[in-house]
Design a protein around this ligand. Structure first.
Ligand code: HEM
Length: 409
């Protein structure tokens, strides 16, 4: 039906068609997502062996539903989720894929220590943002991703964790290497780099934990080893290390993309930028609108532990249910004029950070960094413009971010 309407896209038949693997969806995933939302809001993809939900109400209900589980080993044979399992050690995982009782044991002490750290370090975090923006070129054309959006999150997390200043460059290299793990179509060289980076990072974290036990410092690694020693956090060394590492993998690229997507949106919507400049108090609402409009993580997933109806469809035990966060955030049932980027409206809450027991643990940090960037960047560069360029979106499935964003100042 949609085909007869001229410009309306045909309704996708597979999950892959709406991911950044496909050049058209990479450029703009929203038309095919809209077609699904309107014509096939609960799609079963037999190739990917997954269900795919696109309506806000269904996505919200599903991410919040505590009867679902997460670990990909529990997904049905042949499901694309199974590719996320570490083949050498399939049960080893951070909280991202942990189920209860482990998730309920590991996440609360980690979250408590992490949030206390962020609050304590707010001024330092904002100073890193300011210094990075100050250090960018004073005039000419530069790549905003390279100069600002990439370095800020990794420098911030390094400072929170307690990485030695002289190891910061190595730490950045290793972090970049482990993020290659998010790309299922890596070259053999990339896989090698990823493995080497992961091993170096693991060894460095183990060393830091040992050193902090002997000589405590003012950082998250010290917080975690002290919690362990006090018996308040019944976590093994491996669990502490894997979950601290997860803060890197989960937080770096995503926050980079929140910064990059936001700057691109402001520069392509000058009236919105003018509104922000006129009232910098809008920065927090602006962060929420960027998260809604171009969610850096476009989907999350859940696995059914037993047969159950989901959005009126018969989902079987072990089947995977993908929740399109990008689509839910543009659902006209929930958001008025959903395809309009408008930082001046107070809108319903988006689902860019997922929801329920697995809701993003890094949301407060990502918000803090992005808010400061949006405030400071346009203060330093009041005349920033976008020079002519083809915007290249990253080809990582389930992520939405820009590779290179040239800006003129
Ligand atoms: C704009 C930035 C970010 C976005 C869009 C984002 C998005 C997400 C999403 C969608 C999930 C899955 C939630 C679910 O399934 O319900 C998640 C989980 C997670 N995120 Fe983030 N994230 C961001 C930043 C961060 C940061 C800064 C950190 C850490 C420093 C982080 C660490 C994690 C971790 C550890 C999880 C797993 C939580 C769990 O399963 O209990 N994220 N994130």
């Amino acid at each position: 039906m949609a085909d007869d309407q001229g410009s309306a896209p045909s309704v996708p038949k597979s999950v892959i068609e709406v991911t950044a693997f496909m050049p058209e969806a990479r450029r703009d995933p929203h038309p095919p997502l809209k077609a699904l939302r309107e014509n096939c809001p609960v799609m079963r993809d037999e190739m990917a062996k997954a269900w795919f939900l696109t309506r806000y109400g269904d996505v919200r209900t599903t991410v919040n539903d505590r009867s679902f589980i997460r670990h990909p080993l529990n997904a049905e044979e042949g499901s694309i989720s199974r590719q996320l399992v570490d083949e050498e050690n399939p049960r080893r995982t951070s909280i991202l894929f942990m189920d209860n009782p482990d998730h309920a044991r590991v996440r609360p002490p980690l979250a408590k220590a992490f949030y206390a750290r962020i609050n304590k370090m707010k001024d330092q975090i904002e100073a890193i943002v300011d210094e990075t923006i100050e250090a960018a070129p004073a005039s000419g054309v530069f790549d905003l991703m390279e100069e600002i959006a990439v370095p800020i999150p990794v420098t911030v997390i390094a400072r929170i964790l307690g990485v030695d200043e002289e190891r910061l460059a190595d730490f950045r290299d290793w972090s970049e290497a482990v993020i290659l793990g998010l790309n299922p179509v890596r070259t053999p060289e990339e896989t090698e780099r990823m493995m080497a980076g992961g091993a170096a990072l693991e060894a460095y974290f183990a060393e830091l934990m040992e050193r902090r036990r002997e000589a405590p410092a003012d950082d998250l690694i010290t917080d975690m080893v002290q919690l362990q020693a006090s018996g308040d956090a019944p976590l093994s060394d491996d669990e502490v290390r894997i979950n601290l590492q997860a803060l890197l993998v989960g937080g770096n690229l995503t926050t980079t993309d929140l910064i990059g997507n936001g700057v691109w949106l402001f520069l392509t919507h000058p009236e919105q930028l003018a509104a922000l400049k006129a009232d910098p108090g809008l920065a927090s609402q602006a962060v929420e609108e960027v998260l809604r409009f171009e969610a850096p993580v476009s989907a999350t997933s859940r696995i059914a532990e037993a047969d159950k109806p989901v959005a009126g469809c018969p989902v079987k035990e072990h089947q995977v249910v993908f929740c399109s966060l990008a689509s839910a955030n543009r659902d006209a049932e929930t958001f008025e004029a959903p395809d309009t980027f408008d930082i001046t409206q107070k809108r319903a809450s988006h689902v860019a950070f997922g929801g329920g027991p697995h809701i993003c643990i890094g949301a407060p940090l990502a918000r803090m960094e992005a808010r400061r960037v949006y405030q400071k960047l346009f203060e330093r560069y009041p005349d920033m413009k976008l020079p002519e360029q083809d915007i290249a979106w990253r080809a990582l499935p389930f992520f939405r971010g820009i590779e290179t964003l040239l800006v003129e100042v």
